[in-house]
Design a protein around this ligand. Sequence first.
Ligand code: BGC
Length: 748
Amino acid sequence: MSFKTTVATLCAFGALALSAGDMPVYMDSSQPLEARVQDALGRLTIEEKVALIHAQSKFSSPGVARLGIPELWCTDGPHGIRPEVFWDEWSQAGWTNDSCTAFPALTCLAATWNPDMSALYGKSIGEEAHYREKDVLLGPGVNIYRTPLNGRNFEYMGEDPYLASVMVVPYIKGVQSNGVATCVKHYALNNQEQRRHTTDVDLSDRALYEIYLPAFKAAVQDGGTWSIMSSYNLYKGRHVCQNPRLLKDILRDEWGFDGAVISDWGGVHDTEQAIDGGLDLEFGSWTNGLSEGKKRAYDSYHLADPYLALIRQGKVDTKELDAKASNVLRLIFRTAMNQSKPFGSMNSPEHLAAARRIGGEGIVLLKNEGGILPLDVNGKKKIAVIGENAIKPMTVGGGSSSLKARHEVSPLEGMKKRFGNDVEIVYARGYAGEQRKEHDGMKLLDLTDSRTPEELIAEAVDVARDADYVVFFGGLNKNPHQDCEDSDREGLGLPYGQDAVIVALAKANKNLVVVNISGNAVAMPWVKDVPAIVQGWFIGSEAGNAIADVLSGDVNPSGKLPFTFPARLEDVGAHAIGEYPGNKDALAASKQWGDTIPEYYHDDIYVGYRYADKAKTTPLFPFGHGLSYTTFHYGNIDLDRKPISPDGRLRLTVPVTNTGNRTGAETVQLYISDEKSSLPRPLKELKGFKKVVLRPGETKVVVFDIDCSALRYYDDRIHEWVCEPGKFTALVGASSRDIRGKADFKVE
Ligand code: BGC
């Protein structure tokens, strides 16, 4: 019996054996949470409090066995439940019962623009976490997509604070309805992986509040997350895990967060700063396995013996310790000691169906010239499937989000299952990326191919030439310097010479479909030569099925891009006017890897489409873009044009009609433009969206209520949100660059 089960059993017996009057308050779930926390706190010794606030293994903290307060078990996150690792190491423990459902990466979830999908995702992954006896799911991630080079964008929800805020909330509620906490990450300003431990971010308060914080704030205030992960980077000279401005002033005082702040693994550097900086629970210090760390490493954690020593020497008092222990107790009561948890489940048919449905709804049809999609196999003989990403498992790799999926349907398998009875499916590799042999101690599928690029292209062209359709699966993968933690991409282009393969295929066969598998924007120099392009994301267990659903038309695509595909890197604010990957002079002067590098976000609030609008660039594909196999007509906007007061609200309606011959879903987007303001503002900002399903010929009226929250900006001179009187324009569109109607109104 595990310690956890023993304690849980003790709790249950305790509850049975004691009469209601005898039961300690902290054990009695009918008592108010705060009373339980205070009661437990009063029973703890200083040593027990200190033990509560740091790890005892890679992913667990010890609880208090003497009082029947169980261990707290964390797991990555955010796309599935990570396989078990050894007590002190990252290597997988080789269990045989820890294979999970891999859900689509969060970029794909964000691309559904559908909060119901987010709720389904949260509920399903929460059930898997609960089944595996985990108390804290290390996710979701909501760092804003500032540059397409960030290796971890695939784990996040795109470039827009409003979209990420709306999508994160149902995920949290769904997970937590299982008695499992979300740990929303990486708070805050962890917008790149390169030098993630040493980048010292600085930016205006305006950019902080308008762009980088809203999704975290929504996670706290609307989602009610029970924990939050402080990030590796520094902010204004101090590591975020020890940063009182972010962890105390903003998170606790401004937003009223009552959960626990958990450090990113190995993110704590200094005991005194960690004590007064607002951190509650320290994980992962000396993260490379205890063999490379200190002896008795957990006792040596900053919030362990060094903290106790400071208390015993009278150098710090126990006020902060009580606050930290209370926050951790609250987290344990909400999760590990939650007596009303539903049952969990793992790999259920429902979870696989959810993964497939979310995947299908998130896939984005970027281009479909001549209506080549959906593939019509009537009377056809052959589909050529080309590309390494048609066969490469994508649930493994990428860093801490790597999974051991019980199964993963590859795109090639999905194509064979869906079309193989009607036509011949032939496969050619086309290109070969670098192959990794193992991951976290586990052997990987061997895809080594010793042929030259020319030989691979020649074979692909040969296979493609007489096919009725050619479907190329390429993009990025989960290797370092691609969509992968701890490194950034080295450029916007596709790796492994894929551009040459695509150009050769386009010449050989005009019926070419390119499916880009990635969590990031990529350059497409061949965009004009390829009639159909699909953004296929990392979809997880059901990837091949979800993609075949869309290519066949069984699912009518309705995903929209949660970030801009820039035509060039220079069209991205961070690269054009900001600093990345750090201040140039500091980088040049840096002598060693561990040097702190300042990075000022001169791009300010001009992130994603906000910069594209300001610089008047034409993106390859704009934010919010996504096509369907049907067409939609937007009717006239109706808007109450009476001037409104700053605390009033205004109703905008727009009828949308399905003008094609298939049922389809359209995401109607509302952007607001402030015509004149005291501070410069983006040309427009997303402030609402609604996804509607329409049968052929059907019309639905989409309703938006516009209030002050959609009109205001953050004035950092007075540290306040301001809704300024004046003229505004409401823009309704199918993407940020496909505006179908406008109406202006006044605030008085
Ligand atoms: C990552 C976190 C992750 C943690 C535990 C860190 O390296 O940044 O996102 O949850 O490891 O695996």
